[in-house]
Write a protein that binds this ligand. Structure first.
Ligand SMILES: O=C(O)CCC(=O)C(=O)O
Length: 318
């Protein structure tokens, strides 16, 4: 297995591995290191059943069963279908997943480590793939912040709410999303995480904010929080931090949700078929359950930077 970096702000193609086969612990740890180092990994030319996708994803942490409960694979609720295809009058899956900048599971006490997607049908027009998945690099976004803002926000927290993204998507023309039920809202109450997370693989700080779910900075007045969040949302999308993945049939796309934010580009028509299978992996490998991930005392010993720093050079203590 070897990583071929894109040379851009994020991304590497991982070649020489068949994800349908069980990983060795050494391969698993190498993929974790690559995820921290490159943020976005692509594994070309894979051939996976939903169960094999699930088994590959389960190497990296507990799998999330999405609270939305739409588009789940029968008998394998950890595998979701993302698709615009309608068959026999029924949607095959969730047709508008991730179509705005966000970080998966920022709204959960246990945040996400990785999303792992497998491309089965990819829309093409004039020989070019449509429906790119775009990313921004949150290690670089942190490093690019003005020094005084880094100092000011150090130790502060942001409240994230699942309902923010959901309601924003509901306002889109043609949305079939229904308001979340009381039960769904109770299952995902708003939660606070540090504005700056010490990334458990690289040991470096990342900006852990995203326009999809971040509601407010808790330790400052509401108007100041709104102003600074607007600044952070604009800053984190700078072209220098961006990378766009162009899909191919058979690609597996795996990204580190702690060090990136992402956006699914909906530039294809309803008749241009897109079919993706997805697993979401919680960061249970890196954080203790119970308290919001990233808060002092939640980093698991032995699983973080100390274990994975060899490709990243110097790391800071957690
Ligand atoms: O379909 C895609 O390209 C990305 C979906 C997405 O944003 C997600 O899984 O969170």
């Amino acid at each position: 297995m070897q990583a071929i970096p894109t040379g851009q702000s994020l991304g590497a193609s991982i070649e020489g591995i068949d994800l349908a086969q069980a990983l060795t612990p050494a391969e698993r740890d190498q993929i974790i290191r690559y995820a921290g180092q490159h943020g976005v990994l692509t594994f070309p030319d894979q051939r996976l059943t939903p169960r094999q996708l699930r088994d590959f994803a389960a190497n990296f942490g507990e799998l999330e069963v999405n609270v939305a409960t739409m588009g789940q694979q029968n008998a394998l609720p950890e595998v979701m279908t993302l698709s615009n295809i309608i068959e026999d009058g029924k949607p095959l899956g969730l047709s508008d997943a991730g179509q705005s900048w966000h970080t998966d599971m920022a709204y959960s006490s246990m945040i996400a480590f990785a999303n792992i997607l497998y491309g089965i049908e990819i829309p093409m027009r004039d020989g070019q793939p449509l429906g790119n998945t775009e990313f921004c690099n949150m290690h670089a976004a942190y490093e690019g912040l003005p020094a005084e803002l880094k100092t000011k926000l150090e130790g502060m927290t942001i409240t994230h709410d699942f309902n923010k993204f959901w309601e924003m998507m509901r306002t889109r023309e043609g949305s079939t999303r229904k308001p979340l039920t009381e039960e769904q809202r109770r299952a995902k109450p708003p939660v606070a995480h540090p504005v700056f997370l010490t990334h458990p693989i690289t040991g470096r700080k990342v900006l852990y904010a995203n326009p999809g779910y971040a509601m407010r900075i808790n330790e400052m007045p509401e108007d100041e929080s709104a102003r600074i969040l607007d600044f952070l949302f604009e800053h984190q999308l700078k072209p220098a931090y961006r990378y766009a993945f162009r899909w191919q049939v058979g690609s597996v796309l795996m990204w580190d949700n702690m060090g990136t934010i992402h956006n699914a580009v909906a530039d294809y028509r309803p008749d241009e078929r897109r079919l993706i299978k997805r697993c979401q992996v919680a960061a249970t490998r890196f954080f203790e359950e119970g308290a919001p991930a990233g808060m002092p005392g939640t980093y698991k010993q032995g699983m973080g930077a100390a274990a994975f720093n060899s490709v990243n050079g110097a790391v800071v203590a957690q």
